[in-house]
Write a protein that binds this ligand. Structure first.
Ligand code: COA
Length: 330
């Protein structure tokens, strides 16, 4: 028996900076080329913040759009959850700054940190608050400004990352044909060093030396991450189909973490998902971490690729190592 209330998606939004960083731009900065990047990743360009723009700029843009689409005002919200690994500042949480920018007072606001799985973690947290009856309207944002921790001297990572945000307003519903019907969260902490930023925390406090050694940038074991990603994306799709008793025909769209086109196709091919049922916008934005899935979902909605009545699978993995999925009836 399904539990009610459930969390339904009432509004979606996205926030992207105007500035484009294309493969041709990277060719001028690094020993790389458009053909290699396109073939190995599917990425053609990414968006990067300009001076004066930050995590909150993108988050608020996405939040305002989602709130407007939900037909409510920010004052109607009961909770704000922000998933990010690139906070506005070390203290306070980004969610509190977003709350202030939205002009809301008093409601709880906190951050969730699970890297590229962050939005799925945040969505699960928001959904749980609704299912327990504690709150009725929850804003969940996934946002990252990865350009702030990308080493543009490292061709193994800098070609992948971009900046972006997406948001959803969750509302309580008793409609059994609607809502978040399944979520799944996992982590394997022994893989913490597959993708990490060595300095800036308490293990290695920021110093002139850590800055000089470029230890505030993302370090990644690309090939190991690749293998992990394909395995976990396949596992997530299998879990979502099985737990919700769905076949590929029942699913209208898979919205995967936009990480690498080869990872996405390898994972979805296992279940024979046709590519027209797999939403891809990695060519335009690269990997925007916690922003990736909600940005893709918002764009899929705007383009009419998904709409009322659609059954959607979300799947993501990332640093931690973490992996997470959800099945949503829109
Ligand atoms: N441009 C040109 N050549 C490059 C390059 C670049 N940007 N980056 C690496 N190369 C070279 C390597 O030096 C290597 O050359 P060699 O064969 O002469 O030694 C060759 O290309 C292959 O390198 P490799 O690292 O094996 O490439 P790959 O096919 O594994 O692709 C990634 C690299 C990073 C694109 C891929 O491993 C990947 O996507 N991994 C997952 C990363 C990820 O998802 N991270 C985020 C998780 S949320």
């Amino acid at each position: 028996m399904a539990n009610f209330p459930r969390a339904a998606i009432a509004g979606l939004g996205s926030g992207i900076p105007e500035k484009v960083l294309s493969n041709a731009d990277l060719e001028k900065m690094l020993d790389t080329n458009d053909e290699w990047i396109t073939q190995r990743t599917g990425i053609k360009e990414r968006r990067i913040v300009s001076p004066g723009q930050s995590t909150v700029t993108l988050a608020v843009q996405a939040a305002k759009e989602a709130i407007a689409q939900a037909g409510i005002t920010a004052d109607d919200l009961d909770l704000i959850v922000c998933a990010t690994i690139t906070p506005e500042m070390p203290l306070p949480t980004t969610a509190c700054v977003i709350q202030s920018e939205l002009g809301v007072k008093g409601i709880p606001a906190f951050d969730v940190v699970a890297a590229c799985s962050g939005y799925l973690y945040g969505l699960t947290v928001g959904s749980q608050f609704i299912m327990t009856g504690k709150y009725k309207r929850v804003l969940v944002i996934g946002v990252d400004v990865l350009s702030s921790m990308t080493d543009y001297e490292d061709r193994g990572t800098s070609i992948l990352f971009g900046d972006g945000a997406g948001a959803a307003v969750l509302v309580a519903t008793d409609d059994e044909d609607k809502g978040i019907i399944h979520t799944v969260l996992h982590a394997e902490g022994s893989g913490w060093n597959y993708i990490h930023v060595p300095a800036g925390g308490t293990r290695k406090v920021t110093s002139a030396e850590t800055v000089a050694n470029r230890e505030h940038f993302i370090k990644m074991r690309g090939r190991d991450v690749y293998k992990f990603a394909v395995e976990k994306m396949q596992w997530l799709l299998g879990d979502c189909l099985e737990k919700c008793n769905l076949t590929v025909d029942d699913v209208d769209m898979v919205i995967p973490h936009q990480v690498n086109l080869r990872i996405i196709t390898s994972a979805t091919r296992k279940f024979n998902f046709p590519m027209e049922k797999v939403f891809v916008n990695i060519d335009k934005y690269g990997n925007t971490s916690a922003g990736s899935v909600p940005l893709a979902m918002s764009e899929a909605w705007r383009e009419g690729a998904i709409g009322p009545g659609s059954t959607v699978i979300l799947a993501a993995f990332g640093a931690g190592l973490t992996w997470a999925g959800a099945v949503i009836k829109l």
